[in-house]
Design a binder for this molecule. Structure first.
Ligand SMILES: NC(=O)c1ccc[n+]([C@@H]2O[C@H](COP(=O)([O-])OP(=O)(O)OC[C@H]3O[C@@H](n4cnc5c(N)ncnc54)[C@H](O)[C@@H]3O)[C@@H](O)[C@H]2O)c1
Length: 258
């Protein structure tokens, strides 16, 4: 196959959770630019619709739908909607994350809330959407994990800022997501579904300037991640270009851990 065809997502139906978020909106754009038919789903339908409308104005095929991945009924409803509207699902990108814990000392209830969305909910939506994918002949799952699922926190990044100790639930869930990726790669193989993960580093945003400086000087690339950094790796793992890659986790940290 021609290499452009290998990377193309033409006519592929792609569901991305949290596709209106910070990394999510760049990934949604990248999937659309690769000619996928994209559905972005989250509990914040107005935000999803705003991002989808902006991308439709650029000629991309993006629709926003509701889902709360802590709510099983809403997952089933979304599954039925996709089945009715598209008749198939080819790609799932698990990009949603909730951050109920702010820091190490946050209340235990925040950890429990995090488990509902980031652990139970992640598995629930993945199993249901994998079932839909299997009904239409298979597909690919791309889990957006984090370098924080691979390494402990570098507390020196926060020196001179008012950011506290990073929350423990995030490290727990991102590490779990990488292990779940390997589990699912084997368990879903007979359904013709491949499962891979990307572990990005920090995305440049409105962090304190001191944090950006502390962080950037540890990265061979000399900077935090930006919009275009995430698009290619997700399209690669979603597409036929990665047909012989399964259960892998790609660290996307600008060389920080080289
Ligand atoms: N921002 C970073 O620097 C960074 C670094 C590494 C990895 N990541 C990963 O990238 C992904 C996106 O992170 P982000 O920083 O862009 O986050 P974000 O907060 O901007 O987006 C998270 C998304 O999750 C969705 N969400 C929250 N609760 C939900 C629920 N109950 N059901 C369904 N969707 C829900 C929200 O709608 C939101 O769009 C996450 O998986 C995160 O772990 C982010």
């Amino acid at each position: 196959m021609n290499v452009k065809e290998l990377f193309s997502l033409k006519d592929k139906v792609v569901l991305i959770t949290g596709g209106e978020g910070k990394y999510g909106s760049f990934i949604t754009a990248g999937l659309g630019e690769a000619d996928a038919r994209v559905v972005t789903a989250s509990p914040f339908l107005d935000d999803g619709e705003r991002v989808a409308a902006e991308l439709r104005n650029k000629g991309l095929d993006v629709q926003a739908r509701y889902v709360d991945q802590a709510d099983h009924d809403s997952i089933i409803k979304l599954k039925e909607q996709i089945k009715q509207e598209y008749s198939r699902l080819d790609v799932l990108v698990n990009c949603a994350v909730a951050r109920p814990m702010q820091t190490y000392t946050s209340a235990l209830e925040c950890w429990q809330k995090s488990m509902e969305i980031n652990a139970t909910g992640l598995f629930d939506i993945t199993r249901e959407m994998a079932d839909l994918m299997a009904q239409s002949g298979g597909g690919t799952i791309v889990n957006i994990a984090s370098m924080m699922g691979m390494f402990g926190p570098d507390l020196s990044n926060y020196e001179g800022t008012d950011i506290g100790t990073p929350p423990p639930d995030y490290f727990f869930h991102k590490g779990g997501m990488i292990t779940l990726t390997r589990y699912l790669a084997r368990v879903l193989a007979d359904k013709n579904i491949r499962v891979n993960a990307v572990s990005p580093g920090g995305l440049i945003g409105n962090q304190p300037q001191r944090f950006i400086e502390n962080y950037s000087k540890k990265v061979p690339a000399g900077r935090m991640a930006k919009d275009d950094d995430i698009k290619g790796v997700v399209v690669f793992l979603a597409s036929e270009a990665s047909a012989y890659i399964n259960g892998e986790n790609i660290l996307m940290d600008g060389g920080m851990h080289a």
